[in-house]
Design a binder for this molecule. Sequence first.
Ligand code: BGC
Length: 381
Amino acid sequence: MRLREAGRGPRMRRAATAVGLGLLLTLSACGQNAAGGGQEAPEGDAPEGGGVKVGVILPETDTSARWEGFDKPMLEQAMRAEGLDPDIQNAQGDEQKFSTLADGMISSGVQVLVIASISSDGGNTVAEKAKAQGIPVIDYDRLNLGGVSDYYVSFDNERVGAIQGEGLVQGIGDKPGAQVIEIEGAPTDNNATLFYNGQQTVLKPMYDAGDLSLVASQAIDQWDNQVAGTTFEQLLTGNGGRVDGVVVANDGMAGSVITVLAKYGLNGQVPVTGQDATADGLSAILRGDQYMTVFKPIQEEAEAAAKLAAALAQGDTAAADAIATQTVNDPEAGRDVKSVLLDPQLITRDNVKTVTDAGYITPDEICGGDNAAACSELGIQ
Ligand code: BGC
């Protein structure tokens, strides 16, 4: 699963930095969460309307800053670099909107549809409609279980979970019987299952051996960041206010958990995990409120999706197969789906700089106020 290591050369770093500059524009216009979109096409890309139409539907804005902050501008740029003319929309967590957007794209003549679905059911309905019109479908980031999509582009999501488990154990250190609460992603998102499974490869043997003690594990519908906080608070108070570590599936929900920990004077003492290397997540790591996050170089994911879409728009399945050389099993459909699965990376305080150096987050976004000293100590500038 480490085959993308070779791709992390200087070329990739340049590409990511260029996008980082584009991102900077978006971020300064829209505030720290980068949820506003409106990214201008970077210079040198194919002119609008000039290429083959590709439809992209992203699932949500509120569940993670990644979708509008990273995926949207990076897909836009990567697709234009392939000579495609992308129409990138966000369903805002609304299944009806997801389906309406897809109908609009199909009737507007997109040649390829790229979907990051809210749920497998919603994604499958759309993929079936597109395929009935002869439009190839790529599942982006989230695999639609029981689905019909032609390809899948994502990260090794069990590995993401394993990194979270390893990070938690590292953060807890030597504390026999440490009490752990798990706040997991949406049950309708296959990724949430994979993250959980990956975490358990590390944690379950430790629970079984009594090295760690599981207080409760709770999945959060629709990755709702607020609900994650209220759920965590109930579990914490139900456990007499005692917790030694919190597995949280992403940075957005981790932010809510940290707010609750702060309310009880526990922030900074209890390691919290995350994912997505968002500005808020990295800031919390520098402050000492969050122990780790998972950096998923979305630029690589966007480029793989763009290359695949370009090949499929030409009807060149041999070229597409040469890109998607891995497979994932869809147990519900009973099939192996041709895939690109990229490598995630553990980020703790010591290597936050990796993310700023790669251009995903600017030092400005995370080095303000109390974090200034940490940034200068870590050489983030
Ligand atoms: C993505 C994560 C994201 C989560 C919530 C998952 O499918 O892989 O990166 O944090 O959805 O949006």
